[in-house]
Design a protein around this ligand. Structure first.
Ligand code: EZ4
Ligand code: CO
Length: 402
């Protein structure tokens, strides 16, 4: 089998996506996702200008060799743009390989380790009360695990809080907006939020929270300690993770489980975190972490240290990545949970797919390959529109993590 063409589809059905389609001489094609929120065109140019021509004539079944060719062979390694580009190719090749064998992708990754993938969704509110209400709504929809976020009193908006009645979408069209942040007010609000949720929702529901890199290690340690009575499933991205040993300090002070890694793009970003058992869940995504080939290795390395997966699953990862994550999640032994932030109806229309949600679990479906298509005619009606993630500043104007 030989690759005969590789081309990009950049579209914006409610939000931007970079999709790669690889075709073969046997008429089988595969799809890959290369979406990097707010930097989409950098990945598209990387693929178009430096990668796609190199693929022509190669056997698409050689996923390991092609991965090494793009990673090791480029000399300049890693980084989110490079690794998202490699992921787009890698996932499209796995899609082709599974379609050629006429089997769903999970069968090539170890087969089924479970009947469904436990997922969590997002409860958001401008106030504590609205967030509590939102948790209950999602429990009624069947979710067994819910992440809760609310605004800090006196500071409207902020990470995870929707504007008006539209579903939350982190990127906004146009240039970046700026908002305000106060760690002090935040630290005083979150324990109250989880006290109210746990009291009203009962002991069984899994509760999660995303700190979104906004605290220092000692502040995160305080938050983790203050949340212990509400036994969270995890506290996510407690602080920026460039300094891996910063997590040792958090770990020393709290038994609230820790998840991190949605911005990582290599096992090396998490090497110390994992081998020192400073985290409980690794969140690196198929799209930003170099594809199925790399994520399978990361999951296996994590398993040696009792670290389970909790792959990122926000709307900026296309349905192609969602499907890839579900196939991987069904197959690996050390699945923890999968994030599920449902796409808009229009996005789902552009990317028809076979994965399903039922009673708290998702399943990738039984179609050969990934089980995701793209309606190119519909996609063409929604061209790329510039959109960026917001910027955050402290009350004195200092730029801080959003
Ligand atoms: O802000 O994917 O856990 N989910 C998250 C996401 C990220 C976005 C950034 O593009 O933190 O909502
Ligand atoms: Co997050």
């Amino acid at each position: 089998m030989k690759i005969t063409s590789a081309r990009l589809i950049v579209c914006s059905p409610d939000r931007n996506f970079v999709t790669l389609r690889i075709d073969t001489d046997e008429g089988i094609y595969g799809l890959g996702d290369g979406t990097l929120n707010g930097r989409e065109l950098a990945v598209a140019a990387y693929l178009q200008d430096h990668v796609l021509d190199c693929l022509i004539g190669r056997d698409p079944r050689n996923t390991e060799d092609i991965w090494q060719y793009l990673y090791r062979g480029a000399y300049w390694r890693r980084g989110p743009v490079t690794m998202s580009a490699i992921a787009a190719v890698d996932v499209a090749l796995w899609d082709i390989k599974a379609k050629a064998l006429n089997t769903p992708l999970y069968n090539l990754l170890g087969g089924k380790s479970r009947e469904g993938v436990l997922v969590y969704t997002h409860a958001n509110g401008a106030t504590v009360e609205q967030a509590v209400e939102s948790v209950h709504q999602h429990m009624e929809e069947g979710y067994l695990a819910v992440r809760a976020q609310c605004s800090v009193p006196g500071l409207a908006g902020g990470y995870g809080v929707p504007k008006g009645s539209k579903p939350y979408e982190p990127a906004e069209r146009g240039l970046p907006s700026e908002g305000l942040w106060s760690s002090e007010r935040y630290l005083n609000t979150v324990p109250e939020l989880f006290e109210k949720i746990r009291l009203s929702a009962g002991a069984d529901v899994h509760l999660l929270h995303d700190v979104h890199h906004r605290l220092t290690p000692i502040e995160a340690a305080r938050l983790g300690k203050s949340l212990e009575p509400y036994h969270l499933f995890w506290m996510e991205d407690p602080c920026p993770a460039e300094l891996q040993e910063g997590f040792e300090l958090i770990r020393r002070h709290t038994v609230t489980p820790i998840a991190t890694g949605e911005v990582f793009n290599s096992v090396w970003d998490a090497h110390d975190l994992i081998r020192n058992q400073w985290i409980d869940y690794i969140r690196t995504t198929v799209v930003h972490g170099g594809g199925i080939t790399a994520l399978r290795k990361l999951a296996d390395f994590s398993a040696l240290y009792h670290v389970r997966t909790g792959f990122h699953g926000a709307t900026d990862l296309s349905p192609v990545t969602m499907a890839a994550a579900l196939h991987l999640g069904l197959a690996i032994h050390n699945l923890g949970i999968q994030e599920h932030m449902p796409h808009s109806a229009l996005t789902d229309e552009v990317f028809p797919h076979h994965y399903t949600f039922q009673a708290g679990y998702m399943h990738p479906g039984e179609a050969p390959g990934l089980g995701v298509e793209i309606d190119e005619a519909l996609a063409a009606q929604y061209p790329y529109q510039r959109a960026y993630l917001p910027i955050a500043r402290k009350l004195d104007g200092t730029l801080t993590d959003w």
